[in-house]
Each structure stands twice: as structure tokens, then as C-alpha cells.
Design a protein around this ligand. Structure first.
Ligand code: MRU
Length: 326
């Protein structure tokens, strides 16, 4: 039973437990088509996770837990399923967190369902706290997709913008397209359109000029892993934005659930950054841009030092230091 948020929502839950299988939105098909996929094996789920059919740290947490739940109802070795799931994507700590929570639970299905329900409540709490940093009519720059699609519902950084919009703050969103696989252009622009929130798409390299022109009041991004010292791993390009924001004296906020913090990783230099296939750089939507044989480098994430973060917005409140997160 999806939480009430989804009853009249134009965006269905990203992932749902269906009793004996998982149903998720295939984000590879957006914005063209809203397609739901039924997932009936752990291997199928692992492929969908690696291929970014489902992505975004909190959504991966729910997916990890539901993968273990699936193994449990199928009478399969749960520890083996857990290692397959954990190995799909190394950076978003929520994935391993969700897997471990379900693995340790007496009832993995109940735990996975609870994680999904809590995700929406936690994100709405992040949104409620975060609204206080969004002034009336603020022009807010964001990166990647941190909305409903990156979670089970509502969103983290985009959830703050959504809450501010609902509170009447009338934000305008600068949406970074977010190369290489364009989660900003394909997913964030789509979500904001569904929600009726004014947004303008920009190429990633325009952020500095926008800031220099006085067109950005604040930046809010999500996180895939926050180290104990507050360093933040997030979609590639986040670090450059944080440096630009500091240079232009623009507040730079990170919005994330506390499940994205990793007290066992002391600082950003110990975070494993996922290296993804070259094809995502040399091609766009399956169309080759660079000459055959071009070498490419595709780090999916970068690390922003804590000193560049103005504040962390979590379900517990807003803090200028990472100590509140742990
Ligand atoms: O590679 P992705 O699409 O999984 O990366 C997602 C991001 O980097 C998001 O900014 C992050 O997970 C926060 S999602 C609420």
C-alpha cells in the first residue's frame, strides 16, 4: 500500500513491494515514457541498478532492502543475494545500508516496506527544515536528480525545493543538465514539470556565469555518502559547483537523510568513487559523439570538502557541521 502522498501525485513511487516481487519505474525511459518494470529475481534487480534504471542514493537503499526481501521470499541464500546487490554500485552508502538492514531483520519484507515508507516521511521532514533556507522568489541551482525519482518519493534537495514551493516561496530552479547521463535534463526537468515548479535547464558549464551574473541565490544538492568529517560524495560536477559557490559567496547546502552518512569512513579521501563505462561519455542516448577509439574517463561522483558546505539539511534539522549527522 503506497503512502498517501502518492494518491493524487503525478509521480508514482519509484519502487514498491508487490507481495512477491518488486515494481519500479524504469528511469532509463524517462522523460519519453513512464514505464513500470516488475522485478522477479535478484539478478534482474542488480542489472537494473547497474544500468541506472533505478538510481539515487535513497532509492538504492530501498532497492537493496527489497532485493534481500525478494531473496527471502524465494527461499534463496540471503547473504549471497546481499553481496550481489552491494557490488552493483559502490559509492551510495544507502545501498549497503538498506541491504544490511533487511539482512539483520527478523522479517526482511517488513523491514524493506518500512524503509520505503520511512523514506517519504524523512524526505518530507528534510523539506520542512530546508524551506527555511529558501527565501521568497529564490533562484536555486541544483545538480543531478534528487527528487522523487532518486528516493521512494518526495526527494532530498529537490524535496526542499518542492516543500518551499508548496509553502508559497515561489522558487525558480536552475537545473544542471548533469552529463554524462543527463539525470538533470531527463529526470529533474520532468519532475519539476509534473509538479508545476518553474525551472530552467542549463548546461553544466554555465553555472559559473550564472553565479557571476548574480542569477543564483543558493545551491542545494544531494549526497551519495557523507564521511564522518562532513566531506560529501555526490554526482560528478558537485565539487566544481561548491568551489564556484564559495568564490561567489553563494550558500551551498547538502540535503540528505541521515542514512547517507557513513561514520565508518573518516573523510572523503576514503570514499570509493564508482568508475562507470566510457560509453556514457562518448555517447549520448546511444548516439556516438566522439570518434571511435576515443579514450574517456567516467568517474560517476566527486567529493566536496566539508569546508565548502554551508549547511547539511537532514530530517533532524539544519547544521553547519557534520557532527549532527552521526
Ligand atoms: O548516479 P546516480 O544517478 O545514482 O547519482 C545520484 C546522485 O548523485 C544524487 O545527487 C544523490 O544520489 C542524491 S539522491 C537524493
Amino acid at each position: 500500500m503506497p503512502p498517501p502522498l502518492f494518491e493524487d501525485s503525478p509521480i508514482p513511487p519509484t519502487i514498491e513491494w508487490m507481495g512477491d516481487h518488486i515494481r519500479l519505474i524504469d528511469q532509463r525511459k524517462l522523460p519519453g515514457e513512464l514505464v513500470l518494470v516488475d522485478v522477479r529475481s535478484v539478478e534482474q534487480l542488480c542489472e537494473l541498478i547497474f544500468d541506472l534504471a533505478i538510481r539515487g542514493a535513497p532509492a538504492l537503499g530501498a532497492a537493496g532492502a527489497m532485493g534481500v526481501a525478494l531473496a527471502s521470499v524465494q527461499g534463496r541464500e540471503m547473504a549471497e543475494a546481499a553481496s550481489l546487490l552491494r557490488a552493483t554500485r559502490p559509492t551510495a552508502v544507502n545501498l549497503a545500508w538498506g541491504v544490511d538492514r533487511a539482512l539483520a531483520a527478523a522479517d526482511p519484507v517488513a523491514e524493506a516496506v518500512q524503509i520505503a515508507v520511512n523514506d517519504v516521511a524523512v524526505n518530507q521532514a528534510i523539506g520542512a527544515h530546508g524551506t527555511s533556507v529558501v527565501p521568497d522568489g529564490a533562484r536555486v541551482l541544483t545538480h543531478c536528480n534528487t527528487g522523487s525519482l532518486a528516493c521512494v518519493g518526495w526527494g532530498t534537495a529537490l524535496g526542499v525545493i518542492r516543500s518551499a514551493h508548496e509553502a508559497g516561496r515561489q522558487p525558480l530552479v536552475w537545473v544542471d543538465e548533469t552529463r554524462p547521463v543527463l539525470q538533470g535534463a531527463r529526470l529533474t526537468a520532468w519532475e519539476l514539470q509534473q509538479l508545476g515548479i518553474p525551472a530552467v535547464l542549463v548546461v553544466d558549464s554555465m553555472a559559473g556565469s550564472l553565479m557571476a551574473a548574480g542569477e543564483v541565490d543558493l545551491a542545494i544538492v544531494g549526497a551519495d555518502r557523507i564521511a564522518a568529517n562532513g566531506d560529501v560524495a555526490n554526482k560528478i560536477g558537485t565539487y566544481s559547483l561548491a568551489v564556484l559557490a564559495r568564490y561567489h559567496d553563494i550558500p551551498f547546502y547538502v540535503a540528505a537523510p541521515s542514512s547517507t552518512t557513513d561514520p565508518t569512513t573518516p573523510s572523503g579521501s576514503e570514499i570509493v568513487v564508482e568508475l562507470r563505462p566510457d560509453a556514457e561519455v562518448v555517447e549520448v542516448g546511444g548516439i556516438r559523439l566522439a570518434p571511435a577509439g576515443t579514450a574517456a574517463q567516467n568517474w560517476a561522483f566527486d567529493v566536496t570538502p566539508a569546508e565548502l558546505v554551508t549547511g547539511y539539511i537532514t530530517e533532524k534539522g539544519i547544521s553547519t557541521t557534520a557532527s549532527c549527522l552521526i
